[in-house]
Design a protein around this ligand. Sequence first.
Ligand code: NFS
Ligand code: SF4
Length: 635
Amino acid sequence: MPQKVSIDKSMDLLVPLAKKEGIETPWDRYEKMQPQCGFGELGVCCRICWKGPCRIDPFGKGPDRGICGATADVIVARNFIRMQAAGAAAHSEHGRHIALAMEHLGKHGLEAYSIKDETKLMSIAKTLGLETDGRSTQEIALEVALTSLQDYMNQDSSTGCIWLTKTLPAKRLEKLKSLGVMPHNIDAIITNIMGRTHVGCEADHVNLLMGGMRGALADYTGMVLATELSDAMFGTPQPVVTKANLGVLKENAVNIALHGHNPLLSEVICDMAIKLNDEAIAAGAPEGINVVGVCCTGNEIMLRRGIPLATNYLSQDIALLTGAIDSMVVDVQCIMPSIASVGSCFHTEIITTVPDNKITGARHVEFSEEDALEKAKEIVQLSIEAFKRRDPARVNIPNVKETAIVGFSKESIVAALSKVNAEDPLKPLIDAIVSGDIKGVALFAGCNNTRVKHDDSFMTIVKELLAKNVLVLATGCGAGAFAKNGMMTQEAARKYCGESLLGVLTAVGTAAGLKGPLPPVLHMGSCVDNSRAVQVASALANALDVDLSDLPVVASAPEMMSEKAVSIGSWAVALGFPTHIGIVPQITGAPGVVKVLTEDAKKLFGGYFIPEPDPMAAAGKLYEAIMEKRQGLGI
Ligand code: NFS
Ligand code: SF4
């Protein structure tokens, strides 16, 4: 195990505690897994048919083809695009779920849900080109939902997905069309990838990878509709001050940790926790119910409600070592099965809620939009019951929590900028980029990974880029890392930003009434909310009449691990952004694939992958990519 597995200060208390209690951490399991399979690391292992598994000898001494004749490039490309398809499927299921809920809301109403943000609903209707005059909110919501669901149903491959075509600049759409990577139907594209990678189908790695890019753009489609419809139902994030890290748990409260992704579950539980607060007090918790968030659900409720974020991906099961979490309630994605076994060492209720995401050893309370209130009540009451069983002697809450100013949707960024220039809100940002006060924009996203020190790569790269006057946006567990480690405060802006960036953040922050700078890292939300950054970039590109790929905008996922991150990184490339990944990807055994993704992509899309595990070197490469784009623009 590396000397220190995490830079998160909470881990200084909890990792040794795990050792003392004999409870396994992800890092213990990582150590047991060493050495990890070299063929798998290089991606040259194929299990697509049962003649296999086949593996290619990377040293050129053994087999150079699978039993069917597939080369390393074909094997790796097939594996890679299946990952893109899985990522797209995960996000798009989330999006579909929200769209279906909105459809039901529009058709017959749902007790637990409403359109909380009518302004956003109207703006979505306008984006989608729908009629709003003389129509009720419910009618408009229904049409927005049905239009969104078209992106899962359209069979005419000559028309692109609606949400994609309505949210990207015309120049980029032309480019995607000319490259043949426009998705027309999310489900169809995912099915296409699974079909073309079946044994005995496509065996051309370039064509496979282009098919994968289309899958990644289907992923973007599912994400943007998930974000936008969620905003209409639950509110568009506005700046809010809250706290992050495990010190947000309260000794004298019933602590409910909401974990997963979909706000359809977390929002209702937050509402129910408020309603049942007195029951918790009566059960002996003087501070009532304390809801905290984990991973992307944590980001969703943090931005919309100011609910504190407890932790991010890699420390999710260790969080249970605090002995103070009474229930961890999960829905879908990024949930370590280990929470059930660690939870069983404590009084904690681990509650799964989705019929196709159960975990052996956890309690399952099936949740649906129709009976959301009843089920949320059951879940909160189970949490209160668990609190009664909590052993105070085993409570170890780290005294670590940071202030976090969060809530930077496109709408709230534009609103803040409009305080500087009401007529043309984007102008101050564009002027700052053109003058070089802001050198460029970097979006940090993605997961944590046991292969690198928890949260460390995020922090190392960001400090370098801030000092060089790069504006930083963040989502997902990256944003979680920054929030927990104190990068979302005004003091951090003063400490880490270069002079000219600090000047811009101070001008905007002061105009917006913050009496000082905006935080140096702007938290835009969960992973699906990466689409918010695209909305900002598209607005900039349109204002400058350039393509997305011309902008000095880069993306970075320094600690990525999931198939969703593969998919997001791929659409970032397809949209024209140089995209850093800090983990050596499972493609390096296929030189042809590596070339397409790191070199040829640049010519085709303007975006390309920059694999670089060393965070300092990565910061340098990202900055270089920004400067190259600036040069291209002549600024
Ligand atoms: Ni996104 Fe990674 Fe997961 Fe969210 Fe966190 S691990 S790809 S950041 S919770 S989706
Ligand atoms: Fe081996 Fe080809 Fe089957 Fe893959 S598809 S397991 S390379 S025979």
